[in-house]
Write a protein of this length. Structure first.
Lengths: 443, 443
């Protein structure tokens, strides 16, 4: 155990610490010190008696655990939250795409992303892998709210709502990466949209750029029956196989959804060292299907959880995502014990960090790691009693129980409230919404 | 439209009122007056200008709708919340039954029910159909918290944890009904547990008592594959068919779960005028299966929503129940538009009232109805923007957004906090939990 320092920026006391390390080590009545954005020490409260801190947080027996890593999101799409529910997938996509084409600009992306990231921060998320157009705007939003971000240029085979023809898109990607290497709090991936929006040549170009720049890829793959049909028509095979043939499927690759996989594809995923961002809320709402979690786990694939965007959610709630991951695993297997609660919490924390390539820095509470963590207050009636903390987190707790959130040592939620002021962005999102759907008074 | 009275107990102003009547009538910028526990009037704010009220609530543009009617619950089972997760169904039942046998008394039921009903009230529930041992204790709890209750004597074919042999159980039932006919805020049903815990003769005795006392029945039916096997062994048929043969399936009968139904049974349900309490959270968590909502709706069966008990939940959240109802209907049918959000809100409100036999008094906001209602605050980031209020309620809102709850005119939640003090009961539940599972410090 690392000794507690004499001075710290923040000292959290009287917490039930869930470190989420491989042994699921817990510390009852624990303390944790933050210094310079990192976890300086953690251990029994008595060990911290000599530590002086600028800020002391009495956890009052609450649960202290790593912040959630949301490994698949389109934060700015809160702009279209619930715009096109209760219609078949193609109707949903048409409505959302039309709204995107008319209303997505760097300015609206920034406002939407601030709102989306604020929602996530309030729900215990400290790092997000975000795929969307105008990624510089989302980076600006993340810096405002304080949430860590894995960002990157998006690749699609047509001009897209950012109006970039392919050569310009490649140039933008190179420039974006050059601009943001080393940007504080920002990690980089390349983000080819999917095998159904990119032809083989373009997929290979992205794979080559990924090799050259030393950056992993984040891609949608095998999400829905409609995608499987499209990819079969366009490529004569499955998403997983064409991504592999084009060099996209390699160590560090992060695949969003990965619902429709055969046994050979699961083995391939494991062999290639790719990770999965499981998105059970979106997969349920859009009738995409139930991912084969049991088989993926058995194969040793790194599993993580994503909320997807709010237009298919309709919120960005990692607690509901954990719970839905459990339900779909259980219903898909018929086995109530197929996915224990603590393994789901692991997927949402250290699994997410590993899937995002940040396993050495995030996802576990240990000295030297980024101080990305949340404190859960256990006093609400729906959390009493709490026989098992992991069961409490997955099956009873919600974002309303998140009291404090620190991201790289910065207190981004205090007493259940966001520390950043986002009134201007809320007003802007409401104004955009009024333009998208003029109608009766709304919030 | 009924004119607003000159005086009211409570006047709620500036609300977006969702009446949940058959036409889904909405009133933007609306006002609602409560007098004598009933809705006195509702309409545009201007119509209420002359009303003087002892208490005025400015809704600030929030959604005002009927309180949820939870049509299947075992409130006191919060005592065992999360006690036995992540194990197969038989292991789960064994652990819970052992804890029940050792720790269920009228006193612990009262404390647990206070906690469970408080949780529900905070989540917008104004009326609960509750099936559990020692129902007098749950009635006492409901009176304390202020939630309306449909209660009744439980019938099982063995002694049970209330230690009542069959003749005593029949006598208790008669006395309980005599004692509580007319008890304020309490409705009565007879509650035979299920076809797998009662033989044919006993089911017929309950049916005869139901006819004689003029009370409908509430019964578990066709919940899980294991039940289907048990009933086949014991009765040589299905739960629905044996319940019908014994006279249990009749107008007013409320069937909990009703997951495993063939086409003929769905037609039978509709013909008999029985209603269903759909419990999607419990059905998912215990791998019970996906109810055939589409076929049940098509047949015209009255559908409502239940949380089930917290030992199979693990919470009592009607928002999550609504959302899960959508997900299971979508996944079960492969159709994202199979169950529109507003129909789900209807299931949770007027559907619940109808299923509980209270359709004339509850479930819709209209003059003369019980003042059972909730106000949803729309200011949280996860609710912005809100293009459609029903989509917002089902796919984005949560109990954390419930600001005010009135049950029969009594304000049971104010500013997101319970108006009743329940500190003693929380301490008692924690003490029981410590006896059930002595171990590390818990909340």
């Amino acid at each position: 155990m690392t000794a507690f320092p004499a001075r710290a920026d923040t000292l959290i006391t009287d917490a039930r610490i869930l470190t989420m390390d491989d042994g699921f080590t817990e510390i009852a009545g624990g303390a944790l010190a933050i210094a310079g954005g990192k976890i300086a020490a953690l251990g029994p409260a008595s060990a911290a008696a000599g530590t002086e801190a600028a800020e002391v947080v009495d956890a009052r027996g609450g649960l202290l655990l790593p912040g959630f890593v949301n490994t698949h999101c389109h934060a700015a799409m809160v702009l279209f939250r619930g715009l096109a529910d209760d219609r078949p997938l193609d109707g949903f996509l048409k409505a959302v795409w039309a709204a995107e084409a008319a209303h997505v600009t760097p300015g609206t992306v920034r406002a939407g992303a601030v709102l989306g990231l604020a929602e996530m921060a309030l729900g215990g998320v400290t790092h997000v892998v975000d795929m969307y157009f105008h990624p510089d705007a989302t980076i600006a939003a993340a810096r405002k709210v304080g949430v860590g971000l894995t960002s990157g240029p998006v690749f699609i085979g047509f001009d897209g709502i950012d109006h970039l023809p392919w050569p310009d898109r490649l140039r933008f990607a190179e420039e974006f990466v050059a601009r943001h290497r080393g940007t504080d709090g920002v990690e980089l991936m390349l983000m080819p949209h999917s095998a159904y929006t990119l032809d083989e040549a373009k997929l290979r170009e992205v794979a080559a750029m990924s090799d050259r720049l030393g950056l992993p890829v984040h891609v949608h793959a095998a999400e829905a029956p409609s995608e499987m049909r499209l990819v079969a028509e366009q490529h004569g095979t499955t998403p997983m196989r064409i991504l592999d043939a084009c060099g996209i499927l390699k160590p560090g690759a992060l695949l969003a959804h990965a619902v429709h996989l055969d046994d050979a594809e699961i083995a391939l995923l494991a062999e290639r060292g790719a990770a999965v961002a499981h998105c059970p809320l979106s997969n349920a709402k859009l009738a995409s299907g139930m991912a084969r979690l049991k088989a993926l786990r058995a194969a040793g694939v790194t599993l993580s959880l994503g909320t997807d965007g709010a237009s298919s959610g309709n919120d960005l709630d990692m607690f509901k995502t954990m719970r839905q991951a459990a339900y779909l695993a259980i219903l898909g297997s018929g086995e109530p014990d197929v996915l224990p609660a603590r393994d789901i919490v692991a997927m949402a924390t250290r699994g997410g960090a590993a899937a995002a390539g940040l396993g050495a820095r995030k996802g576990v509470l240990a000295p030297g790691r980024d101080a990305d963590l949340m404190l859960i207050d256990l006093s609400a009636p729906h959390l009493i009693p709490a026989y098992d903390p992991y069961s409490t987190l997955v099956y009873a707790a919600g974002r309303e129980d998140v009291r404090e959130v620190f991201a790289r040592g910065r207190r981004i939620v205090a007493g259940g409230r966001l520390t950043a002021g986002i009134g201007d962005e809320i007003a802007e999102v409401r104004a955009v919404a009024a333009r998208i759907a003029p109608g009766p008074a709304r919030n």
